[in-house]
Design a binder for this molecule. Structure first.
Ligand SMILES: [Cu+2]
Length: 119
């Protein structure tokens, strides 16, 4: 009596193992989605923001911008000082200029890595 009860039990266990193995594979497939989401976030980090120059400090490599919302930095519109990755970015800019710029968090400092007059 026992052997006949046992065989279906073993078969059920094998099926369960196979099922969980398949579930594991499915989870690996899902695991790829957050990675894609991160890739999208990184792509958004490169998007340009709208702003207006309030003050230029070439000597310190800083610029004060009144900017609109910056989604990838989760920042609402405000006026604030940014570092610039290269002081040459400030060449030709002056207070009052409307600009489009790229801002990134670099070593904990909000930094303008690209800036151009808005047309
Ligand atoms: Cu800001």
């Amino acid at each position: 009596m026992r052997p006949t009860l046992f065989l279906p039990l073993i078969a059920a266990l094998l099926l369960a193992t196979a099922a969980s193995a398949q579930t594991g594979t499915a989870h690996q497939g899902h695991g790829a989605q957050p990675a894609n989401a991160n890739a999208n976030a990184n792509a958004n980090a490169g998007s340009l923001s709208e702003g207006e120059v309030r003050k230029i400090d070439s000597a310190q490599g800083k610029i004060t911008l009144r900017h609109g919302p910056i989604a990838h930095l989760e920042m609402p519109g405000m006026t604030m000082v940014f570092r610039v990755s290269d002081p040459a970015l400030l060449d030709g800019l002056k207070a009052g200029d409307k600009v489009r710029f790229r801002a990134e968090q670099i070593n904990g400092a909000l930094t303008v890595t690209e800036i151009a007059p808005a047309h």
